[in-house]
Structure formats: C-alpha cells, structure tokens
Design a protein around this ligand. Sequence first.
Ligand code: NDP
Length: 276
Amino acid sequence: MPIPQIKLNDGNILPAIGFGTYQLTGDEGVSSVLTAIEVGYRLIDTALNYENEENVGQAIRLSGVLRDELVVTSKLPGRFHGKGETRRGFLESLKNLSLDYLDLYLIHWPLPRIDKYLETWVELLELQREGLIRSVGVSNFTQAHLLRVIDETGVVPAVNQIELHPHFPQSEMLAFHKKHGIQTESWTPLARQRSVLQDPVVVSVANAHNVTPAQAVLRWHVQLGSIPIPKSAQEARQRENLDVFEFELSTDEVSAISALESGRLWGGDPETNEEF
Ligand code: NDP
C-alpha cells in the first residue's frame, strides 16, 4: 500500500511516516538507511549532531532513488544558533549529505536560556527564500516559542518535531499545532522500545488487529495526525513499521493508548534541555 501523503502549510508534501536515523552511524548506518529506502521509506530524519549525515548521504546515493522522491530532513544544533552561524551550520549539513538543498530543516532545540531561536528562525527563512530549504520547521518548541516566532515573523513553522509516544501523548501540543496549521512529527515514537511495546493495553490492541505492538503504536500516531519517524537497524522491523496503513484503530483504542501517559522518557524538557 502506498504511504499516504500529508500537505504542509507551505504546500509541500510529507509522507505519513518517516525513518529515524539516530545512532545509525558508520558502514552499518549506511546499510540500515539504504535498506530503509529500499523497503519504501521516503522521509529520512537526521541531524548534524547524529554525526551520520555523511552516511545518510551515501545511502541516498547508493539507493538510486531520484532526489525529488526523497524528503531529507536535518536539524541545526545549538552551537549554530544566531545570525550568521545558522547559515554555517546549515551549509555543513548540506556538505555532509552531499546535497544541494534540504526538503525540511528544523531548529533542533529552542535553547531559551541563550535566547537566539528567533534570529535563527529568521535565518532559516532567508535560506528558504534562496531555495536551499523547501520547508522550514522547528523541533522541541513549546507553544510560547511557537507563538513568538509566528508573531515576530508572520511565518508559521511547517513542522514541530516533538517527543511523542504512548507514555507522553502530548494532547495539548497536538491541539495547538492543529489550530495553527503546524504538522506534528513524533520523535521516539516507540519510546525506544521500552515497556511501551510490552504494555498489556498495547498488546491487546495489537492482538485485536492481528498486528504487532509496534504497528499498533505507529498506527496510533497516524490516527492522532502525527508523523512518526521510527528508527530500526533491522530490515524486518523497518518493513513492519511501514506497514500500518491497512488497519484502523477504534476511537476507544486510540484513547486507551493515550491513557498510558506517564511522562517524558528522559529529561527532554525544551525549557531546560540544552544540546549544542
Ligand atoms: P524509537 O522510538 O524509534 O525506537 C527505536 C528503538 O526501537 C530501537 O531500539 C529499535 O531497535 C527498536 N524498534 C524499532 N522498531 C521496532 C519494532 N517493530 N519492534 C520492536 N522494537 C523496535 O526511538 P528513536 O530515539 O530512534 O527515535 C526515532 C527518531 O526520532 C530518531 O532516530 C531521530 O531521528 C528522532 N529523534 C529526534 C529528537 C529530537 O530532539 N528532535 C530526539 C530523539 C530522536 P532496532 O534498531 O534493533 O530495531
């Protein structure tokens, strides 16, 4: 079944599921990303700080898939926040990936303490105007951060990539994004496989549809209207994770999974977490 397409507020299109690449590095990283493209992923998520952009770029070239069929995402780390710096950070990613534009480029963390995310956002808009970025977005932005960039620049980020999984279902952020036309992407959609996939509620929903717990969870993301970007180094799981468009959870099943809320996986609070 083809992957459904989602239209962003800037008119560009994202596939309804993507592939996460955190920790996929070196030759093994290349072969995992290559397999992911071969089994059908078209949205690939990396970041300068994953130190694997060169590997991702190599996999893209080896795949032979046409550039305009891929949606390549990367993210700007904290050390490149600010006027002038943003362009340098972006160009470093572009060079690592050996590409001449990115489909989606995100500010990785807002870092409110250093308070440069607004000027960083303005620089992203400039890079977009130059045709180097198709869609501009953010990651780990709170409602206040989003409102500030929208109020100051009049441009609504196309995407906010946030921590979202059954233990942290982010219902308020989902509603806020919907109201403002911002597409949600879910990072750690499987909660890094911790107890979520063994949770009796998830297992029972999965059994009811004759799918795996990971498929039930990924389908839950899709029905919440968020784009999950699961990572797997294993081809069988990559295929499994992609195969979530031929069954549908009931409203009660979606609510039952959302009720598993227990909090963030680790201290990834955007107000305080700092990554440079
Ligand atoms: P995920 O929630 O995607 O979980 C990945 C783990 O789940 C791996 O251990 C993987 O193991 C396992 N797994 C994958 N598929 C299955 C399956 N079908 N059944 C059982 N286990 C499975 O965690 P990530 O942290 O990787 O998050 C996804 C992506 O989100 C990242 O790769 C990155 O691109 C992005 N991200 C963004 C952040 C941000 O700040 N914007 C922060 C963190 C992540 P195996 O590989 O062995 O299959």
